[in-house]
Design a protein around this ligand. Structure first.
Ligand SMILES: [Zn+2]
Length: 432
């Protein structure tokens, strides 16, 4: 993983290797600007004195996880080769946001029926703005936007590439209507695969199996004059495809499949609603935004022999002739939220069982700060003795938990980095 570098005026420079960062720090030419992700600040250099190459941020937005890849762009012949500088895995908390709102709804409903201050039902007299998205989706968009903004301030970004749609309808030109065949051009084949996966919700149409390698099955087999037209194609597992042999779907005992295959996937745009909103939000950063299809990502992944991993998917987004990834680690970023306004702890039925403190900050620390605690050797040894680094959980008593070690006195702690709404980890990328 590369180290981000900024100049003395906090302007982004090209990221450098970890070894080079170590040397710069040892020679006192740089200071630590931020711990995770690691950013150093050169004390003797301005942006004008440095070479900056084109750097692109590539995104693969997902509902649970989004992949991010920061790449150096090199022109080679007709196309571009992308060299990975930084790979990251961004885990969203959309599901938690959803649960929190369900819980709030429950509390409000109770207050309407229970013998308390009356709370009028108000859900029916609210108007939603055009382009409204539920908070759980907005949180996902917000996370990606936050990270795009942060990366823009640590690296000399020149453009953003996003996987916007799962399949490119334009490239396929209404497959069911125009009778396009899946063997016309290699890329079109991949778009149609992506289309079929969506249309048949990633299930074998015959046995309903999920999470198996799928094959494209011809409802009316090739051997009996069936075409490669998309309306003749369904998704099937290997076993069913074999068992079906040269029967039609109806003869195989699945007349409903024959019918379903002929109905086109309605409203392909709705499938991609959040992704469109994300692209609109990213445009506000003032960088050119390129948009691509998931079919193309899968095609690239197959061509370059890349494993299935969110950040590697991000690396495969777009029009590239090659990618390099080096010995890559990926940064795991987990959205944490910023705590709760609610200061009353309640049990499962909504009755108060305790109260949180009003203050979120205790002796200068807030839960989520990255902290180093150095507990010294004392005449009467403490069981927390030693050095601990990690996220801190604060208590009013001043006895904190740092990482996994509990019961550390606040006076031994030093803040390394303030809580920024995310928790961090690292993992090795799958090897090629
Ligand atoms: Zn099957």
């Amino acid at each position: 993983m590369s180290v981000f570098v900024v100049d003395r005026h906090h302007q982004p420079l090209m990221p450098c290797s970890e070894k080079r960062a170590r040397l710069l720090l040892a020679r006192k030419r740089a200071v630590v600007h931020r711990h995770v992700p690691f950013v150093i600040r050169l004390t003797d250099r301005k942006r004008e004195q440095s070479e900056v190459q084109p750097v692109a941020l590539k995104l693969d937005p997902g509902s649970k996880t989004s992949g991010m890849a920061l790449v150096r762009v090199e022109q080679r012949g007709e196309g571009e080769v992308h060299h990975a500088l930084h790979l990251a895995h961004l885990s969203h908390r959309g599901e938690q946001v959803h649960q929190a709102l369900l819980q709030r709804r429950g509390y409000r409903r109770r207050r309407r029926t229970v013998n308390l201050r009356y709370r009028a039902a108000r859900f029916a007299n609210r108007r939603r703005k055009a382009g409204w998205l539920p908070p759980s989706l907005r949180s996902r968009i917000g996370n990606v936007l936050t990270w795009a903004t942060r990366l823009q301030s640590w690296a000399p970004l020149t453009r953003i590439e996003v996987e916007r749609v799962k399949f490119d309808m334009h490239l396929m030109q209404h497959p069911e209507v125009s009778g396009i065949a899946y063997q016309r051009g290699e890329l079109v084949g991949w778009e149609i695969r992506a289309y079929l996966l969506e249309k048949f919700v990633r299930r074998c149409v015959y046995c309903g199996k999920q999470n198996v390698p799928f094959e494209i099955d011809h409802v009316r087999p090739r051997s009996r004059g069936g075409s490669h037209r998309v309306s003749n194609l369904v998704l099937s597992c290997h076993a069913c495809n074999q068992a079906k042999g040269d029967l039609t779907a109806a003869e195989f005992g699945h007349a409903e499949v024959q019918k379903q295959a002929r109905v086109p996937l309605k409203d392909a745009a709705a499938v991609n609603a959040t992704r469109f909103a994300l692209v609109e939000a990213l445009r506000a950063l003032g960088l050119p935004v390129g948009t691509w299809s998931g079919g193309r990502t899968r095609w690239n992944r197959d061509r370059f022999g890349v494993e299935k991993e969110h950040c590697l998917d991000a690396l495969c987004v777009g029009d590239v002739v090659g990618i390099t990834r080096g010995r890559s680690q990926m940064l795991l970023i987990q959205a944490q939220g910023r705590g709760s306004y609610q200061r009353t702890n309640v049990d499962g039925s909504g009755f108060p069982v305790g109260y949180f403190t009003r203050a979120k900050r205790m002796r200068g620390f807030a839960t989520g700060d990255l902290v180093r605690a150095e507990v010294p050797q004392l005449p009467k040894p403490l069981k927390t003795e030693g050095t601990h680094v990690g996220r801190v959980a604060v208590r009013a008593s001043g006895s904190f938990r740092v990482g996994k070690c509990d019961g550390i006195n606040a006076k031994y702690c030093v803040v390394l980095q303030r809580a920024d709404g995310y928790a961090y980890g690292q993992a090795p990328c799958p090897k090629p």
